[in-house]
Design a protein around this ligand. Structure first.
Ligand SMILES: CCC(=O)SCCNC(=O)CCNC(=O)[C@H](O)C(C)(C)COP(=O)(O)OP(=O)(O)OC[C@H]1O[C@@H](n2cnc3c(N)ncnc32)[C@H](O)[C@@H]1OP(=O)(O)O
Length: 631
């Protein structure tokens, strides 16, 4: 058996022994005696009697062990040209200072803090300061609109909201304060304080006693720096909202203990990153990839993380990622396939990559959406290093399937994120819950118990957690992705089995877009489907049926609806095309035939089920879906 196979088997045969061993990579105030409480509701808890602090593990312990002057974080902004290195001592000082300031505002263990900041060091400092106090952070991605921010504020009920005054997008400055003001006008919950990190590109006006400047809170000597709270391993570290099939986002909960243990393990087993190595994860702190592999995991293992503010192309060119890798000697680059496709579109021959010294790079990791074989081959040939597709989710927090480079690199297969990572028993299940044989597509599921670091529940909603993930196949976690395993045990992920779509690595709910469209008085009925796109993987398309008597020209209405979705969900929704149609195809029980519509739009036959109410509606829609002409 390979080193991988032995370790994977051991992790499934005796998870308690396996994870007790991995837990030694973490410093505990009280070492856990119980590794896994299988009975703890709703689906078991890891290290229930362990006591630790994630921030201590990410910062203090490295300083204590003589690595104070080692680089912890390199900030590289493609917009302002800034390059700033924070040593472990620097970062610790800032985090303790902000922790002291937040404590002065009344923030303590269990209190929630919503953070809406772009890719700036202050975002990392804010997250770690919360972890230090035992406060629960909830970072909201900057590409969402006020209504989405309001929904998260109402669900998390934060004591403090921490924002930057603005984010920078190519050619425009995105002001966050008006966005927050609009969100707070909508939300039922009001925080005690709003703390603003002022950026020179667009400082925000602060009003009243509730609004404070971050610089004041962090002024040295202003408040006593905070020490690390002693926290139960099961205490929540953060809530991260992700799209579900309905409009309401799901607050994925992450705990302290399991998370620290799992991330440290993943750095060793999957990414092969340890103390002194440089990891460049080009994502956003608002996504789980940013939480895990920009912020927590590199720091937990004493590595250096690169925080890059910019895009893969246009800031200023398609060589940005290669410039960052080369300047900071990154060993690993981790990004989404869309980013590589964007680079390839502008620089198909890779001329810009060849201008940089990429000799430090040992692997390119890709996740967040399906990696098409064409992009896999292009990147591999260009870089001459393994291109490691890996599969995971906001819910799991760390890779489910990957090529375990730190254990024993396995042969790569285009179209597959390789094999289940130790800790995960991945199987494809049929509709009856039976494990399917090799090569047969089904629902990709993870056998319980889930390993440490995965979600213990949904914030404030154990029932939704059970309904969403555990009830379809008792004893299994339903991933929502479909696919199969081949005869070698390689996983192939074919796409979502529900109404969630993946646009440029951003997970979006078609249901919430439909809810926004349906709120327009001209719309009687609507459907949003995700269709294949060469650059973004998938993009949403909307089909709407007009309310009787509405005579707005379709082009004008489409423009209004696109603007409405952008205003209500955010630019990240990327809805560009809305077609007005006479009717939508349904089953006799009234269910929309989304799969049929999607298949036709993607150039497939568009199989019509026997339960269709009126097959003529599908035929009428074919030319519209194929894009032959507007409805
Ligand atoms: C494994 C677990 C997971 O899946 S976690 C999720 C992992 N996903 C990722 O890391 C996301 C990867 N994708 C990206 O980083 C971006 O899409 C890349 C590839 C860089 C392309 O960026 P961009 O050109 O802006 O396209 P986009 O589709 O992301 O954006 C669409 C519109 O939204 C805007 N937007 C984006 N981010 C922000 C932001 N932080 N603040 C404000 N606005 C934002 C973009 O500017 C764009 O706007 P517009 O429509 O062009 O006006």
């Amino acid at each position: 058996m390979s080193a991988y196979a032995t370790e994977h088997r051991r992790s499934l045969d005796d998870p308690e022994a396996f994870w007790a061993e991995q837990a030694r990579a973490v410093d505990w105030f009280t070492r856990p005696r119980t590794v896994l409480d299988r009975e703890a509701p709703p689906a078991g808890r890891w290290f229930p009697d362990g006591v630790l602090n994630t921030c201590y593990n990410a910062l203090d312990r490295h300083v204590v062990r003589g690595r104070a002057d080692e680089p912890a974080l390199i900030f590289h902004s493609a917009y302002s040209g800034t390059r700033r290195t924070y040593t472990y001592a620097d970062l610790l000082q800032e985090v303790a200072q902000l922790g002291g300031g937040l404590r002065e505002l009344g923030v303590g263990p269990g209190d929630r803090v919503v953070i809406s900041m772009p890719m700036v060091p202050e975002a990392v400092v804010a997250m770690l300061a919360c972890a230090r106090l035992g406060a629960v952070h909830s970072v909201v991605f900057g590409g969402f609109a006020a209504a989405e921010l309001a929904a998260r504020i109402d669900d998390a009920r934060p004591k403090v909201v921490l924002i930057s005054s603005c984010g920078l997008e190519p050619g425009r400055v995105v002001e966050y304060k008006p966005l927050l003001d609009a969100a707070l006008q909508r939300s039922r919950h009001q925080p005690d304080y709003v703390v603003v990190h002022q950026r020179p590109e667009a400082p925000a006006e602060l009003h009243g006693e509730r609004e404070l400047d971050l610089a004041v809170l962090m002024r040295p000597g202003q408040f006593q720096p905070a020490g690390c709270a002693e926290l139960a391993a099961t205490d929540p570290l953060y809530i991260l909202y992700t799209s579900g099939t309905t409009g309401k986002p799901k607050g994925i909960v992450r705990d302290h203990g399991g998370h620290a243990v799992a991330l440290a393990y993943s750095m060793r087993a999957v990414y092969d990153i340890g103390p002194g190595d440089v990891m460049f994860t080009a994502s956003d702190v608002g996504w789980v990839v940013g939480h895990s592999y920009i912020v927590y995991a590199p720091l937990l293992v004493g590595a250096t993380t690169v925080l890059y503010e910019g895009k893969p192309v246009g800031t200023p060119d398609a060589g940005s990622f290669w410039r960052v890798v080369s300047e900071h000697r990154a060993k690993v680059l981790f990004t989404a396939p869309t980013a590589v496709r964007a680079i390839r579109r502008v620089d198909p021959d890779g001329a810009l990559a060849r201008r940089h010294d990429l000799s430090s790079l040992q692997a390119l990791f890709l996740a967040g959406e399906r990696l098409d074989p064409d992009t896999f081959h292009w990147a591999g040939e260009l870089l001459g290093v393994p291109v490691v597709d890996h599969w995971w989710q906001t819910e799991t927090g760390w890779p489910i399937a990957a090529n375990p480079r730190g254990l024993a690199p396995l042969p790569l297969k285009a179209g597959s994120p390789s094999v289940p990572v130790p800790g995960y028993d991945v199987q494809a299940l049929g509709p009856d819950g039976a494990v399917l044989p090799a090569d047969q597509d089904g629902a990709l599921c993870l056998r319980l118990p889930l390993p440490p670091g995965t979600l213990p529940t949904i914030w404030g909603d154990d029932d939704r957690f059970r309904r969403s993930y555990l009830e379809t196949f008792p004893g299994w976690y339903l991933s929502g992705d479909g696919g199969h395993l081949d005869a070698d045990g390689y996983v192939f992920v074919m796409g979502r089995t529900d109404d969630v779509i993946n646009v440029a690595g951003h997970r979006l709910s078609t249901g919430s877009m439909e809810a926004v469209l349906a709120s327009h008085p001209a719309v009687a009925e609507c459907a949003v489907i995700g269709v294949a796109d060469d650059l973004k993987g998938q993009v949403p398309r909307a089909l709407v049926v007009l309310t009787d008597g509405v005579d707005t020209p379709p082009a004008q209405l489409a423009e209004e609806l696109v603007a409405l979705v952008r205003a209500e969900i955010g630019p990240v929704a990327s809805l560009r095309r809305v077609d007005v149609v006479a009717a939508l195809p349904k089953t006799r029980s009234g269910k929309l035939l989304r799969r049929t519509m999607r298949e036709i739009a993607d150039g497939g036959p568009g199989t019509v089920p026997s339960t269709v109410e009126d097959a003529g509606v599908v035929e009428q829609l074919r030319p519209v879906l194929r894009g032959d002409h507007p409805a």
